[in-house]
Design a protein around this ligand. Structure first.
Ligand code: DGT
Ligand code: MG
Length: 361
């Protein structure tokens, strides 16, 4: 090959589902700054600007190497004037003044602290802030405050594995042909997460919800449940998929806080040995779709959030299809497209298959 011809730079797609994004982020210095800006806009209910920074961060995460100059960034999708200016500042002085200001802003810091409580969203955080609260006051906070210290600490891969073993034993003691799958960030190969997500189902149609309630009963019996928020299924086959990402799916699910004993974890618990308890609380989500919807649920719960948003956007904009955690609908043919694997769904969408470990968009 001629050494003078530079290798053509592959065009970066505007859709995360057409990019391969591993956990190795070469542009963390920029993406961390963008995420702060996105969060700040979210706190001010400026959804458009917030999403723009999330998209820009996602594009940078997919790059194989660190951005060295503005020229590297200018031709990328979703990198507008504002994000380019932030990159320029970081390239020059190693940080962004705007981001530093946000990080030391009292309202931002307080809302972030409040929203780190399980179950507390922007509305509640804002309400507390407007009441003049700046930090937690003993006795003031509801169930989300339960085990706050443990829950705000990251969950390790070994801890996720240990929980997987416990739930696997529990599920299979109930039904031998049950199917348990680790999903969420750990399925994408992340080393740490804020919770552990599982899909649990059974080939026996219509028995999946019963299986989930039986699993909860058994975990309770084993003394492992510290908190349980169970949501019954509202799934309705006749409804078309809802491509809006923010709408949660309608399958039976539960948001749990489980007790995890250190003796079950290879290498011990993550950073909690100091208090000598020998156990920690962990957030666990279980979702139970019917087997027919399993592939859609697996794809929907594996994430990342940006990957999911772009799958739905791609389906709608490029293929005239509606995708959610339940189904894929072809608006041209006016029919639902069946799938038993994630590969089937990518194929229906005319997309190259992207491995879970490449979905860290
Ligand atoms: P983590 O737990 O912080 O390590 O990160 P993830 O990716 O496991 O995120 P998590 O646990 O909040 O949610 C698991 C997956 O479920 C996520 O990757 C995509 C999906 N998901 C989360 N929130 C929503 C939502 O509001 N709507 C929809 N459609 N899907 C969601
Ligand atoms: Mg998760």
């Amino acid at each position: 090959p001629d050494a003078t011809t530079s290798t053509p730079v592959a065009k970066v797609s505007q859709y995360a589902c057409q990019r391969r994004t591993t956990t190795a982020n070469s542009n963390k210095i920029f993406t961390d700054a963008f995420e702060v800006l996105a969060e700040s806009y979210e706190f001010n209910e400026m959804e458009g600007q917030s999403l723009a920074f999330r998209r820009a961060a996602s594009v940078l995460r997919s790059l194989p190497s660190k951005i060295q100059s503005l020229r590297d960034a200018e031709s990328l999708p979703f990198l507008g004037k504002h994000s380019i200016a932030v990159i320029e500042e970081i390239l020059q002085c190693g940080f962004s003044m705007e981001v530093q200001k946000i990080l030391s802003n009292e309202r931002f810091k307080t809302l972030k602290l409040f929203m780190s409580v399980f179950g507390v969203g922007l509305k509640t955080a804002e309400k507390w802030y407007r009441k003049g609260l700046l930090s937690f006051t003993r006795g003031l906070f509801p169930t989300g405050f339960l085990h706050y210290g443990d829950i705000s600490r990251a969950v390790s891969k070994a801890e996720a594995q240990a929980l997987g073993n416990i739930i696997d034993e529990t599920v299979h003691a109930i039904t031998s042909d049950a199917l348990l799958t680790l999903t969420g960030g750990f399925r994408r190969g992340k080393d740490f997460g804020h919770d552990v997500d599982f899909i649990v189902t059974t080939p026996e149609m219509g028995k999946e919800e019963h299986l989930l309630t039986a699993v909860i009963e058994s975990l309770k019996h084993q003394g492992l449940i510290l908190y349980c928020d169970y949501r019954a299924s509202t799934f309705d086959m006749s409804r078309l998929p809802n491509h809006k990402f923010d709408a949660m799916d309608h399958f039976a699910k539960c948001f749990l806080i489980l007790r995890l004993d250190g003796s079950r974890v290879e290498g011990g618990l993550c950073g909690a040995e100091g208090d000598g308890r020998g156990w920690r609380a962990v957030r666990v989500d279980l979702v139970s779709p019917p087997m027919k919807q399993y592939a859609f649920t697996l794809l929907g719960w594996t994430g990342s959030k940006q990957f999911e948003r772009d799958l739905r956007r791609f389906a709608q904009k490029e293929r005239h299809m509606l995708l959610d955690n339940h189904a894929l609908y072809d608006k041209t043919k006016r029919e639902l497209l069946a799938a038993t694997t994630e590969q089937d769904i990518f194929a229906h969408l005319g997309l190259q298959y992207i491995e879970p470990c490449q979905r860290n968009a």
